[in-house]
Design a protein around this ligand. Sequence first.
Ligand code: AHR
Length: 530
Amino acid sequence: MASSTAATTGTAHVPANDAAGATAATTARATLVLDPAFSVGPVRRRTFGAFVEHLGRCVYTGIHDPGHPTADEDGFRGDVIDLTRELGVSTVRYPGGNFVSGYRWEDGIGPVDQRPARLDLAWHSTEPNTVGVDEFMRWARKAGVEPMMAVNLGTRGVQEAVDLLEYCNIASGTALSDLRRAHGTEEPHGVRMWCLGNEMDGPWQIGHKTAEEYGRLATETARAMRMVDAGLELVACGSSSTSMPTFGEWERIVLTEAYEDVDLISAHAYYWEDDGDLASFLASAVNMDRFIDDVVATADAVRAARKLTKRIHISFDEWNVWYLNASASRAPEKDWPVAPALLEDHYSVADAVVVGGLLISLLRHTDRVHSASLAQLVNVIAPIMTEPGGRVWRQTTFHPFALTSRHAAGEVLRVKLDSPTHETARFGETPLVDAVATHDADSGEVVVFAVNRHTTEPVTVEVDVRAFGALDVTEALTLSSDDPYARASADDDTSLAPRPNETATAEGGAVRIELPPVSWSVLRLAPAGA
Ligand code: AHR
């Protein structure tokens, strides 16, 4: 099936930035029609992946903090594991990120006191190698997540990738598998998903390559890795953002070379509010929709040109809100600290609404987006924050992720959305409301995820669910605040959590809910009387 976006038509134009005090004569109205027949594809658990990179305090004092009161025998914080589970994370990409392009995985195995400390050029830090592949796999098992590994195609190549695969996935009887066993891990790690490098299109990347150079290296690495295990799922690097000058051509050239040898191509995107333009920021999912559609079109064009049948899918393995220039992204030049506080963005309600909107985009492309990773999990542009040795807390962005992961089930539905629009500086005329729905045929539950992107006005959404028979509202939760820039903290990470939305009603096949300005909502519906 071709990649899908919600069918959206505009009914009325609403000014983007009505003066806060202006009262609209009537609340703007959007309509949403749902039908179980219109499935885009299954809800994929891998849509709810995250990312742990050796960067800042993500690993050290993030997932790993041996002196912490909740630390286990391996030094992993129990409170972080608990919140990772509450967040509903499925896969975790590791160990980078830019970090992986200079990483020697062998540094992170064996007795910890014999491991070398190394310069981490990507983040101008010192990597102590206290945590390596075996520790991460233990953490992943404890957190109940599937590991997704990246190999270094920046400073290294085919041999080191195959060596790491042998160390991880071969049961026994070879030098590297027996080395793993000697290090205390009897059973193979069994990693299925592997990223062939990271952001190799970016000039900032150690070992940055042209599309032709990378396409060859990715192909040769993939072929060798498949000689070890034909069943791996391999991800080629796509573009680091749609604003890369090579975007589009990069995908075409890499896939022309690697199409038969890889399964997925990556996409990375970060969003932030620029110059006080909240309306454009809230519409960030418009960019994500176009990004996905363009990569799908390019991959399918290569497929046609090469006369192939299989389809390439997307691993959206870095996405989030990231204020690139607001928080430190490099340690001071004179210093090479261990685990400095880098990229510790502090998220607002508006940021959480954008995160919820981006999840809507990922879900409605479930036919082609087969995996995604929120970047990152802890401390570094993260939904979970820690104090070294101290408290753990949820950022505002934690909630839409956790609730979408918890309640999206069964099939993703193609919805017919008719929303008023407003003008945004970045995307032109944009629907105020965006939404997606899922339907679980087993339980009968229908769940709608929706955002109101108006900066000051509410919108009433009327949901036509006649195709399902009568439904009741079982739960309606909305994340919003009078102050869209309000933030959670270690002292209070609950006041800004989604609250029951008392406006939700259901009568026969008609459901109605009012969405406040700058809000994200989840609306759960079940067969009446069930
Ligand atoms: O997630 C932070 C960084 O963003 C990653 O290391 C890199 O891949 C991307 O540029």
